[in-house]
Design a protein around this ligand. Structure first.
Ligand code: SAM
Length: 205
């Protein structure tokens, strides 16, 4: 396997956003989970592996401050072009989410279809150390990952499938607030079962 950042750069360079196998035009499912969080619009939100998601447009319109992370510089460059007028609301972070993050203090962490690409135990552990350190006490984490019924590969990569007990096991200082199974339909029409969860941090880490 070539360098992971190059793998993702190639995908974003070659594929129009609307044709990506994880493209969404409707963010209702994520909004439903955000709406469980009081005053989420005035939050600082960390978007793990943001890719070129249109969720960013929606979060910016609602006046949230964002930390936009991705291992792919190409994806972040595409987002930067699109949101040049909103720079004061955005901090950019081009790095592997399974490596130690700089110091951050965010209210909400959102991960859709990123965590499930980590298959190495050390990488998964570091991901959750990053999350625990970065989310303020009483802050929240939303995950949308391939469920145990989901596919075992995406974008040519192996995956780890999730359910809420598996996430809870990793999130010692968080309580589960909400969970839901959800079927996402790819642009090709193929169904992809996801698990959506919302956790709240209840203890200092
Ligand atoms: C399936 S896409 C999902 C993109 C976006 N979250 C969405 O919902 O449209 C996975 C994204 O995670 C990024 N990614 C994959 N592995 C990563 C890692 N280890 N660290 C940071 N980003 C990563 C990819 O570059 C890509 O943008």
């Amino acid at each position: 396997m070539k360098i992971l950042s190059e793998h993702w750069n190639n995908i974003f360079a070659k594929t129009d956003t609307e044709k990506l196998g994880w493209y969404e035009s409707d963010f209702e499912q994520t909004i439903k989970f955000l709406e469980q969080i009081p005053n989420w619009q005035n939050s600082t939100i960390f978007v793990s592996g943001a890719g070129t998601t249109g969720l960013v447009d929606l979060l910016l319109q609602e006046n949230a401050n964002l930390v936009l992370n991705d291992i792919s510089k190409k994806a972040l460059d595409l987002l930067k072009e699109k949101h040049a007028d909103k720079e004061e609301q955005i901090r950019w972070l081009c790095q592997d989410i399974s490596k130690p993050l700089p110091d951050l203090q965010v209210d909400i962490w959102i991960d859709r279809a990123v965590l499930h690409f980590l298959t190495d135990e050390a990488a998964i552990e570091q991901y959750f150390i990053n999350l625990e350190k970065s989310v303020k006490t009483t802050g929240y984490a939303i995950f949308a990952e391939f469920s145990k019924l989901g596919a075992t590969k995406c974008a040519g990569l192996e995956l780890t499938q999730y359910d809420s007990p598996e996430l809870q096991k990793r999130l010692k200082n968080f309580n589960l607030i909400k969970e839901e199974d959800y079927i996402y339909y790819q642009p090709s029409g193929d169904p992809r079962p996801y698990i959506y969860t919302l956790f709240q941090k209840t203890h200092l880490s």
